[in-house]
Structures are given as structure tokens and as C-alpha cells.
Design a protein. Sequence first.
Length: 762
Amino acid sequence: MKNKLFFFCFLAFPLSAEMSFSGLDLSNDSRLLFQAHYSGTGNSSQDVLFLSRLTDLSMRQLTMFPEKMISLENGNVIQIQNAFGCARIPARGGLPDLVNGFESFVENISAPKGRIEPIAMSRDGKWIIRIEPISAAYGNLVLMNVDSGKETFISADVERPDRHFPALWSPDSQVFIYEREGNLYYYPVDGTASQDDRYRLIGEGVITSAAWGNSGDFFYIKGSTVYRVRGSEVFFRSIYRDFLGIGVLVGTLPFTFDKNFDEFYVSPDSNALLFFKGDKNIFLYPLGTNDVNNLPFLRLPESCFKITVLWASDSLTIVAGVRKQRQKISTAFRLNTASYGVAYNAFTPMTIPVFLNATLSPDGKKILFWDEKGVVLFDNVNLQVLQDVSESQTYSCVWLGNEEFVIGDAKKIERVFIGRDGLERGLVCLASADAFAFEAQTSPTMTLGEPSRILARIGEKWFVTDGQDAWSEIDTPTVREASVVSGRYRVYLEKQNTGDFKNLPMIRNAVSVGTLPLLRINGVGGGTLPRQPRNQETERNDGSTYSTPLDKPSVAICFDLYDDNTGLNDTLAVLDAFGIKATFFLNGEFMRRHPQAVQDIADAGHETASMFFAIINLSTARYQIDAGFISRGLARNEDEFFQITGKELQLLWHPPFYVVSSDIDAAALKAGYRTINRDIDPMDSFSNDDVVRMGIPQVSASGMVDRIMEIKQAGSIIPIRLGLLSGDRNDYLFDRINVLLDALVKEGYSIGTVSDVIKQMR
């Protein structure tokens, strides 16, 4: 099973995030219990319980929010990644163990900004590939051994991930393929690889041009040709590629593979491929077929924002997340794939539980569906619900085996076994705690002089741990009254008036007579914390200044929709994940062709503005530009938008192609509109044809991201064009939105609508 999250494949955090601490409780032996709270939206609001020993300021994480879980070591270990870092927990129960190679809250206290830096984990959990940033859009590819922490430099100037991580691990975790500057390379982890990647070149392509099959075969697509390379032959064929070519030709597609928008999946038996043509169409291609005119085909729903592929040995299920009237629902389609030697049936609608997330059991016989409504166990053979597993909002599920899985909600992570007499449950770890305390020394379960154990309550149930072993339920806890004083220390919370922290835990040492923060915030500690003014004066282009609250300068992100909606679904998903509201400029011709797209933008709560009624260059002599002409074009746009959405456009506009003059501005102002101009031109409207015709070199999408980050300033309006260009491009800026937004967030920018920036600059 694989998930296709259009554009946004990685964890992200909303821009209004804030960190705070609470519940300070100091034991007699100077151990401090406290809770860290990350406030955001959706899955990003997380509480974590920590235990710190003040004598050496060491810290242990006691709970783990299950934002993203994967199974390792044949289902014996669960790896969890969230806003506070990455940890592994034994599937039979335990406390979080931090994993080398990940950003960790414990090791570097900082409020989460942007998305968690994506990585590629080998299937055996022993290796991590990550990209160390060298700019907003590029980084160095590094391989790290999880056990030893040893790092190996692989390649420089690799694009930072957006929709896809630019590397793929083989099923046996012995080799990976990576993308760099339009070429694919391989790298074995056994130490035999040449450090010069010229000798590891596979051929032209991007990471979506390649895929590993479960059998260890490597599939590679160039143009419309499908090649198959045995995993054991990757090294051999790379060395002699000029003589042998890349693998064995196993198929010719009835279309050309578009490296910008297409991707494919390999069937469990490696005998068929599933192709996504952009975000609109799906084709099934049995390898070696001669009947390419009757391939099984599925047209995806227009407002589809997420796809999950559940591919069993005899069936293929496509689960689609769809926006519908401000709600997110799911729909599914089924295809029988029992035999590749006979004609396929078409994809047919399938009745499933209305949940947005799904994962297939290893044997393909059962499906777990989950979202905020809970978890349901589904029979994938008889197509019926087997059992309701949970009614709590669930964030992640993962299979350990065919009859065992793990589910995680806001309070606990549970292991569930499917037994003959029903579901059997066991606690893996707490996700958070409603209340917590030290166990009283008078508890009958304690030995005199033994350090107090830690208690945590979820609902009416209490759990206990010694800080080393797993949480276990306790029937009659003896709760010690909370204290902020020990024989040596006193602790308190200090309010912060600036930055990303609402407050900070402080330690008063009565012996050495000093006060210092418990945590090293962004590498600063020892009693001195950086202080910033409540408001910061920011310089505009004209030399004047304006004030930005909480020292967060603002920029506006706006999207121009001319005649094609390619990239819109992905863009809406990214903005939703980051918690950003942007401005969309629409014209009447686009609205007539794509009414559902317009409705989706409005339903998502984004600002909608005008781009005139027709896509015309208002600077040409063909049109007599006067107040009446501008007024009529803007009024027709308003009417078109109202007919679709029942709402009004904002009284903001920009002429098509940002062609502005004083006469056009005055005419629009007379009609009640404010003309918006851009101070950054990303150069994303130059097609391949323009390069030939005008001799202007084309800037890559990643190059545009770096350029925007270099020239942007507080108050900038950053326009991004959605849709394909008639003359095509090598790549598109809207395909790198994750990277751009992440870079802006990490530099401390607040991102909003054009109206937001206008108000702030007054």
C-alpha cells in the first residue's frame, strides 16, 4: 500500500504555533516533571510529558504523540515521528527512545517551525537518508547509520523534498536510488560505491521515473518505454550502461511519461504497473500487454486531494479523499486483478466506511480505516465492516502482522490483536496525560528510599512508570501533592513576551545562588535568554517603516489562475496543512471552464480576487481602455463568481500578466477596486517556447525558490501561476510550494493574504 498525498507528503505545522509549559512538579530528589504543549491546529496540537534530573539537566521523554507511525523489525518496534522529534518504542510496550539523525526537542529545545525535515528510512530501520540544507531549495544528500551515528556524504546540490523524497530504498535495504539534476544514480550501503557519482549513473530521469518491486526488481521509465532491472544487476548495468542500456525492455506505454506530474506503482507480484497521469487519471498497465487501447482507466473526482492505493494479490482499491461543501469525505473504486492474462474489468465504485485514511494488512485480506471519527476494521475479501475498533479521533495506524496492528489517538498508543473471541488490547505507550504526579513515599508498593515513580491519568485510569520501563495500569495510586521546592532547588514558570514561547521553566539553585532556564532554547541557556522588542520596525522599499507585532514580518502568497487548474488540488492541500490562507486571482473565462475549482477555493476560506473577465493584454492598441471598459470587465467577473459560489469577490484585482498603468489603475479605482502589483516576479510564466523565441534562460523551480528567498522582504507579494503553460516548462514553481512555504516559515515570516499585508502596512 502506498499513499499519494498530492504535493504535501510530509508533516507540517501551522504558522500560529506556540510552545508553552505547565504542571511543574519537583520531587525530593530533584527530579522535575513538566508538560510541554505545542498549540496549533488539527494534528499539530500536542502535549508531551518530560522528566528532568536537575542535578545534570538530563531529560527523558515519557509520552509520544502518534502523528506518524511505521513498523520496523518485523513488527517488533514502532517508530513514531511528531513535532517533538522521532522515537522508537517496543511494540510490546516501552518508553520513547530517541532516534539518531532526527531533529529532537530534547537535544535542541525550539518551537517547531515549518515541516519536520523529511527523511528516507531503509526498510530494516538501520539507515537514514536526509538532506542537509545549503539553501532554501537545495541541500547535501547524507547517509547515516542509525546505530553508530556515522554519516557519509553522498552528493551535493540535491533538491530538497516536496511531493517526493529524492531517494528510494531497495526492499532489502542494501542499495538506494537517488535523483540529482535530472539524472538517477544508485548507491550501495556496503561501502563498495565509488565516491564519484559519475560511476554510479543510471540514466536520465527523476525519482518518480523509478520504483522498486517487492521482488527486488527496479523499474525505470524513459519517455514511453518501461525497463526492468534485476536488483542484483543495478551495479553491473550502471558500469556498462553505454553498452547494455538500462535493463530489459518490458513494455511500451500508450502515452509519454511526464516527469513533472506522473508517477507509478508496482503490483505486489511485479507484473503490472499503476500510472497516475497528473492528479486526474489512473491507468493499469499489465507488463507485456499488446492491448494498450483497453487499459483499465479511472477518472479521479474533480476535488480529489488525497489518494491511497491498496493493492492486494487479487484486487486493487483506490481510496480518494474528496472536498465536498467544506467537508472532506472519502470514496473508493475497485478493480479485480486476479489474473493478468485476461481482459480487465473497469474500476467500479465501492462502498467503504467514510474514513479518509486506510492501510492494508500484509496479506491483503483486511483494511484499517481511520480519521477523526475513530478506527474501523474492514474485510477486504467479503467487503464488509468486521468491527469498530475505536471511536476516538485517531492520528495513525500501522500493521504489525496479518492479525495485529497498532492505533494511536491523542491519549494512548495501543496494540490490538484480532483474536477468535474479539479484539485483545495492550498498551504500547501513553500519547499524553490528563494529569500527572509523583507517587507518594507512603505508597505500599514502594521500598523505603526508592525514588518516587511517575503517575499519569487518562480519563479515570491511572498508569505508572519508574522512568525506565513501560507504563502499566495501576488500580490504587497514591498521589503525592505537587511541589515546586526541593532541598536544593525551586522551580517556576517565567512568562515570555516575545518569540515562540509563551513561558519557560526556570530553576532557582539555593546552594549556588543562581537562576537559569531549565532548557537551552535554540542553543542559548545558562541564565541568559535572547530578548527581542515587542514590536520591530521594518523598512519598506521606499525607506519608510512599519511595525510588525511579535517581530514576525509578513508576506502575501497569491495564486493566478489563467486557463488551467493543474496544481490547484495539491496547492489547496498544502495551504491547509500549513494553516495558511492565501489570495487567488480569478478571471471569468477560467471560472466558466472550472466552476468546481472556484467552489473549492471559496469553500476552503481563501481570499478570492479578480483578474478581469478575459485574459487579454490591456496594454495593446486593440482595446480602448477607459473607465467603462474596466468597470464592465470587473463587474462581469463579480457576476460569474457570485453565480458559482453565492459570494462576492474582494475588491482587489490585478490585470492579466500584471500589465499596469496609471490609466488602468485610475479606471479600476473608479469602479471601487484596488490594483495589486507584485514586487517579485518569480519568472514562472516563461515557457520552453519563450526561451527559444526570446532567448531568455529558464530559471528552474528550485532556482525560483532560492531567488524569492533572496529578494523577498516584509510586505512582499509573491505571485505563483497555477496551470500548465501552452509552451510547457521543464518544471513548475507550484510543484515546489512546500519548499517555499517551509523556507518562509523557518525565517520567521507570517504568510497571509494580500489584504492581510495591506492592513499591516498601513
